[in-house]
Design a binder for this molecule. Sequence first.
Ligand code: ADQ
Length: 414
Amino acid sequence: MAPGKKIFGIVLAGGEGKRLMPLTADRAKPAVPFGGQYRLIDFALSNLINSQLRQIVVLTQYKSHSLDRHVSQTWRLDGITNSYIASVPAQQRLGKRWFSGSADAILQSLNLLRDEKPDIVVVVGADHVYRMDFGQMIEAHIASGAPATVAAIRQPIALADQFGVIEVEPERPDRIGAFREKPRDPIGLPDSPEEVLASMGNYVFDADALIDAVVRDGDRPDSNHDMGGDIIPDFVARGEAAVYDFNNNDVPGSTDRDRYYWRDVGTIDSFFEAHQDLISALPIFNLYNNSWPIFSQVLNSPPAKIVRDGRGALGTTIDSIVSLGSVISGAHLERSVLGPWAKVDSGAKVVDSVVFERAVIEPNAFVGRAILDKDVVVAEGAQIGVDPARDKARGFTVTDSGITVVGKGVHVVP
Ligand code: ADQ
């Protein structure tokens, strides 16, 4: 990858993730558990590490304790070389203010770039599920000659207001002609009116150009200091932004089903659906591709156990993921993802659900179409996710599509 060039990685991990409440009530969005034993940030960091980046900083701010702990415990690059993944909290280096946006996070962290003096900086978000070889994007960036490159993927036009939308130059399809952040009046692609070309929130910059851009942006009183809203449009206005088509990215070991898989799991519905993508019989996203591993915490815990209960009732599990330390005893789990150390007891049923670490489903309880945060207890005989109106009345979050979310540590009673 880019011989002779020094590459530095920045992971933007300071966002609040309001649309994932209550899962983000107590933790930053990149620290939200995903797929049992992972955290959302593991996907971005695995991609960077598999792409051979070895100097990576994670810029944190909002409720960063569990994120910092995860990064420092799980993502240690040992050795005598100058390799690291460092979690860097907001430090008010430029006066008494926190990061006002993702570009301000980089501006306030310029000391890191000035210390390392990289040639190229890869800037990525921390809240998507995907595999991507940034080496291939860096090669395309260098070949294009542009100082900034934005990774892009086609998305349904109905989602345009969640993304930066790219229009390419008709004459030069590798250059961005226009970029609008979260437009309410999107225009479909000429060859596919129901789709737009969306920014994935992943960028490659020449280091000098990035530094100049965030410094210039810092002086603009009208700016929100946001990468997608301010920095990228600034490069585009100067005709200096290239686009990198994610469909040109070929990750080793990927299958036809998951080669172009990319999910923004910013809402409860998309978070829930991405879990279903993991557990379908032919998974749409394959966690078992060892050529491009998704790394996660090493759990010091016993294996998962699925057994009969004391009275001989079977413990059964179909189309599900069960994390280490979990016990399913005389209970049934179906189309669900169980986090570490979870417990499902005699006669209980968990169907179409996502259950986080250490949750307990007591005997004869029923959980359906629900997300249970860490340490939730569903008491004996209680039901959750069966009657959305009742769940709402009980104070739980229920999405329009009928998924009930139970916040950390809550006891659900019958
Ligand atoms: P959003 O995800 O809506 O859109 P944003 O909320 O800025 O943009 O989050 C981007 C990343 O930056 C996230 O990983 C977030 O945690 C982090 N972040 C946000 N505020 C931060 C701050 N103050 N300090 C540090 N980190 C912060 C972005 C782009 C769109 C693109 C979508 C793709 O702006 O153009 O289409 O990502 O999902």
